[in-house]
Design a protein around this ligand. Sequence first.
Ligand SMILES: C[S@@+](CC[C@H](N)C(=O)[O-])C[C@H]1O[C@@H](n2cnc3c(N)ncnc32)[C@H](O)[C@@H]1O
Length: 438
Amino acid sequence: MNTPADIRAHAAQLLVQVLNGRSLDAVLVNRDESAQERGLLRTLCYGTIRWYWRLQAVLEKLSSQPVNELDAEVRALALIGLFQLLHTDIAPHAAVAETVEAARNLKLSRATGFLNAILRRCQREAENITSLIDQQLSIRTAHPQWFVDQLQQDWPWHAEKILNANNAHPPFWLRVNLQRISRDDYAARLAEQGIIAQLSAHAPEALLLSQAMDVNALPGFDDGLVSIQDAAAQMAAHLLDAQANHRVLDACAAPGGKTCHILELQPALKELIAVDASDKRLRRVDSNLKRLNQNATLIIGDAATPQEWWNGELFQRILLDVPCSATGVIRRHPDIKLLRRSTDIDRLATDQAVMLAQLWPLLAPGGRLVYASCSMLKAENAHVIEAFLAEYPDAIDNTAVLIEKYNLHTIDSKSPGVVIQVGEGEMDGFYYACLDKR
Ligand SMILES: C[S@@+](CC[C@H](N)C(=O)[O-])C[C@H]1O[C@@H](n2cnc3c(N)ncnc32)[C@H](O)[C@@H]1O
C-alpha cells in the first residue's frame, strides 16, 4: 500500500522526468497501486502539468531562492503542493502535510522547512499573488508565452477561448462500430448499466459519456462493438468517404483509430494500406485491427519517401493525418505545453508540406486526399494547404461543400479547409482539408 505522501513523492519524480523532456504517457506506467492511489497520482501529475506555467509564476513570487536553482525534486514537490492548494478541493492542511512528508520519503528532509514555508505562505497570500500574475494571459491560462503569441496572431478573436478550453477536463468519446450495432442500440446497452451517453451532432457514430471509463467495463469492447476516439477525429473517415473497391492509403496511420474507422464505414474496399514510420506504433494498429476483426496491409515507411514502399498502383483515397504540434489536443495531453518548443513549428510545417507533395502523385485523377492535423496553428494547417494549392493546379479544395453535410463550421472561412475549434461540440481541436484531384 502507498501512503498519500508516497503518491506525492512518486508524482514529483514523474514531473521531473516530464520537465526533462519525456512524455507523461511514457512515464505514467502502471505500478503496484490501487485504483484510488492511481487516481490521485494521475490527478496530481495531470493537474500540476496542466497548470505548470501558472504554478511556476506563483512559486517565483513565494520563493526566496531563485526557482531554477532549486533541486529538481524539491521544485516539483513545491509545484505539486501549490497545485493542490490552488486547483483542488484537497483539504489544505492535508495538502501541506503530505507534500512535506513526501520530501522525507525522497530523502529531502533538508527541504521540508522550505516546502512548509512556501505552502503556508501560499495559503495566506494566494489571492494577492494570483490577482497580480493573472493579469497576464499566458499565466492566467497556464500556457507558454510563444504559444499564446502565436495563437493571438492566428486567432485574435478565439485565442482566449481556445486557451481556456485547453484546460478543461477532456470528454470521453466512443465510436460505435455500425457494422456490429447501431448507435442507439449501443447507447441502450450503456443505459442498462446506468451509463448515460449523449449523441454527437456531427459524427454519426459518436457517443459522449459523462465520465471516462476503463475500456474493459465497456460492453462488447473486446468484441469490437466500440472504440475510443474523439468525435473530431471521427470526421476523417467521413470526409474521406471511401467507396467499395477503392484502394485507400492511410499515410500516418498509427495507432490506427482512423484506419479502423475507414474500414468500419466501408468494408468492401479493394485494399487499405496503412503506413507509419514507427514499427512499435504500427503494432498498435495491428492489435486494433485484430480486436475489430478487420484487415489492412501494414507497411513501416516514411510518408515523405513513398518511392521506398509504393508499388505504383494509384489510390482513390489518401488520408494524410500528419505528425503535428498536437496543440488541438492539449486538454488530453497537457504535457504538450511543456514539451513543445516554438522552433518545432517551422520544422513540422516543412515536413507536412513535403509529405503532402510526395503523396499527391499517388492519388488517382478524381480521387480525394484528406489532410488532417490536430494542430490549432495556421502554420501547420491553412498555410500548408494554401502553398500546396498555389503549386498544384490539379488540386481543388472541396472541404466547404463536405462540412455542411456534418453540420460543422470553421472559425476560418477565408482559408481552405475546416478548423474545428477545441471544445466546439465537445470536440478536440482539428483541421481538415479535403483535396480532390481534377
Ligand atoms: C497524428 S498521429 C496519427 C494518428 C492516426 N492516424 C490515428 O488516427 O490513430 C501521426 C503518426 O505519424 C507517424 N509518423 C511520423 N512521421 C512519419 C513519417 N515521416 N512517415 C510516416 N509516419 C510518420 C507517427 O509515428 C504517428 O503514428
